[in-house]
Each structure stands twice: as C-alpha cells, then as structure tokens.
Design a protein around this ligand. Sequence first.
Ligand SMILES: [Zn+2]
Length: 212
Amino acid sequence: MGKHILLLGPPGAGKGTQSKRLAAEFDLEHVTTGDALRANKGMDISDMDTEYDTPGEYMDAGELVPDEVVNAIVEEALTSADGYVLDGYPRNLEQAEELSEMTDLDAVVYLAVDTDELVDRLTGRRVCPDCGASYHVEFEPPEEEGVCDECGADLVQRDDDTEETVRERLRVYEENTAPVIDHYRDEGVLVEVDGEGTPEEVFEAIVDVVDE
Ligand SMILES: [Zn+2]
C-alpha cells in the first residue's frame, strides 16, 4: 500500500517542489486542494446544504468554496489514491480534525523556514507584463537585471509580491496553521525538517523521515 504523507509549511517553504519530488520518488499521488477541486468540478453536492450543486459553480462565480465542500473533495481525492502526498490542506484546525476522520497518516512533515528568508524568497519574483515569463532576482535571474530574456520588456513586481503583502500573507498563514502544527505535535507525529538548505538537501531530509 502506498504511503500517506502530509507536507506542511508556510508559503515559500518549497512544499510544491518537494511534494512533486516525493510523489515521483515513492510513486504516490500529489494531492493539492486546487487540483482536487479542478478534478471534481462537476461533483454532485446537491445533498449538502450549499448554495450551488457543484464545486464548479462556486469557481465560475469566483466565490470561495465552502469548507464542507473542500473537505468532501479532499476525501474523494485521498480515498481514490493508492498513497498520496497531501499539500495545502489542512489549513485550519477544523480541517485537521476532518482529515483524521478521513484517513491515517504515515508521516507529517513540517518544512521550517525563517520568516525573513520566506520574505526574501517571496518578494524576489519578477514577471514580464508582455509575455508572462517569470523570474526570481536570486534564484532565477534574467540575463540582464530587470529585463525579460524572452522579449526584452521591463520586468515588474506584482502587487501580491510586495513585502507588505507577503508579510501579511505569512501572518495569516501563521495564525491559521499554528493550531494545526500544535495538533500534530501533540499527537507526537510531527517531524520538523529544516527547509533552508538546497532543494536537494531538503528532499533528502524528508525522504529520511518518510523512510523511517
Ligand atoms: Zn517577456
């Protein structure tokens, strides 16, 4: 039977990258809430006490999909997978409690990265307003500073990537997920991995935890 892995960590900690590598390494399904939602747009939720009959209708209307619908979709994705890496869920304590009802976890890994380091990572993104190419001032710089390699346009920083917005996003994450982290710590299943090494070092540290 495939492993059940939960990867936790703040925005910018590298969850997405590490989840994909773990899924490939252990032949698991990479389950994110976003992907699970897109894959189950047409799911019949008319028996729930919800405004719409399918998740897709919330998405089309640009409205937040209610927690109970998200929970049902995540459950569907997890139960149909032979082993998974779950990434981006649970986002709050209620979802963590839901998750314990749905499935057993073999490993809960928290990718720990210092807030200032996260701010550096998350504010370094630059995008090309003309062709959409994406860069990072430190990790993936264009050949000429501030200029798009693809089309020569001046790169810009999106409003979402300014320090103020990024710090606020991290604060909200912290506020919602601190109880989630405590929940798994209290259960004795949380393993903290240093997320500040190279992607390769971080990956190896996670594999050690999962292999135990
Ligand atoms: Zn461009």
